[in-house]
Design a protein around this ligand. Structure first.
Ligand code: GZL
Length: 340
């Protein structure tokens, strides 16, 4: 896709933009201050990225991947906004990108709904929009070019399939199994997909009882709060399904407070998602039974899409990033190579 207009932001404008936006929607802007106006600047592809927040280790790694990819050396001017978990900040950031006439808009929708109006504005401005990580529920699919992220439903199904296999191996396939699920941010694609995927498998096992399915917003602190409440009601939990490692860390702390062991030889089997390094250390030690990877290193895949668009190539509507499943059996082969 040809870039609509050749634009660059002069050093002065960058400084003004930096000051303006610091007081505006986002918590931070990373703007590569060029010398403005040089031939090199004119060739830069300007990418506006609205990141939903910094709620988890996974999100930090996702942000790092973007900032390490869209550098001046690689031919980009990155304008980055952290929306601090607020959809209205993402919408403001997208509008500021439009007014700056960036070449591409990339954003990770904190929740699936509420994007049609602002994406109509981006379309009218002739700016291609790429979804990162999560999906947006948009009536008109022409409002975004593609999505780069995970297959969250498959992640949830894989968690259920692992549990079924695990119980079979333990000779507990017909035992009553009491399950607690900590879910992520309400309305987020990752939450919806992981929940639906696991439920799909759970429905095939009438002896699986989901005692509680509680939202903890992908944060450690909220998970601690919710897990403490759950333990006041239930002392017969067999399995914890926690939809990201940050919530798992909180739940493990609460189990320890209550004298409940977890993992390979524990009272409670623990299934987690994301597979950040700190969690993989707990898989290796046996405190977490299995960690379903959610790959945050999406920057290079998004950059590849932009290159294809720049070259006028056709692209798909969705690109899944590669992911693994980690258990005590295989984690040792990968843990030392992890970048996050
Ligand atoms: C998944 C991403 C989720 C992670 C959480 O792609 O949307 O959001 O699983 C993060 O750690 O908060």
């Amino acid at each position: 896709m040809r870039r609509m207009k050749k634009r660059y932001i002069s050093a002065t404008a960058v400084s003004v933009l930096f000051l303006f936006l610091l007081g505006g929607c986002g918590k931070q802007f990373v703007v590569d201050e060029g010398d403005g106006g040089s031939t090199e600047d004119e060739q830069l592809i300007v990418v506006g990225v609205s990141q939903l927040g910094s709620e988890s280790v996974w999100r930090t790694a996702n942000t790092a991947s973007i900032q390490e990819t869209f550098t001046r050396e690689n031919g980009y001017l990155l304008i980055f906004d952290n929306a601090r978990q607020k959809q209205e900040n993402q919408i403001k950031a997208i509008r500021s990108f439009i007014s700056q006439q960036v070449d591409y808009i990339v954003f990770s929708p904190i929740a699936e709904s509420g994007w049609d109006v602002v994406l109509e504005e981006a379309k009218e401005a002739g700016i291609p929009v790429i979804l990162m990580d999560r999906e947006a529920e948009i009536a008109d699919e022409s409002l975004y070019v593609t999505r780069v992220g995970s297959d969250f439903r498959a992640e949830g199904e894989n968690a259920g399939l692992w549990l079924a296999e695990h119980l079979e191996q333990q000779g507990r396939a017909d035992e009553e199994i009491n399950i607690v699920v900590l879910t992520g941010t309400e309305g987020a694609t990752s939450t919806i997909g992981r929940t639906e995927g696991f439920e799909e498998i759970a429905r095939q096992h009438s002896n699986w009882n989901i005692l509680e399915q509680t939202g903890a917003d992908y944060t450690t602190s909220k998970a601690k709060e919710e897990m403490r409440s759950i333990l006041e009601e239930h002392d017969d939990i067999d399995v914890l399904v926690s939809q990201n490692d940050d919530m798992t860390f909180g739940a493990l702390d609460v189990f320890k407070e209550a004298g409940i062991t977890t993992g390979v030889d524990g009272d409670v089997t623990v299934i987690s998602f994301d597979a950040v390094r700190t969690a993989l250390e707990l898989v290796r030690s046996g405190e977490i039974n299995v960690d379903i990877e959610c790959n945050p290193e999406q920057g290079p895949y998004i950059e590849n899409v932009i290159r294809m668009l720049e070259n006028g190539e056709n692209i798909d509507k969705n690109y899944y990033v590669p992911e693994k499943i980690f258990t005590q059996e295989n984690v040792g082969m990968y843990i030392n190579d992890r970048s996050y």
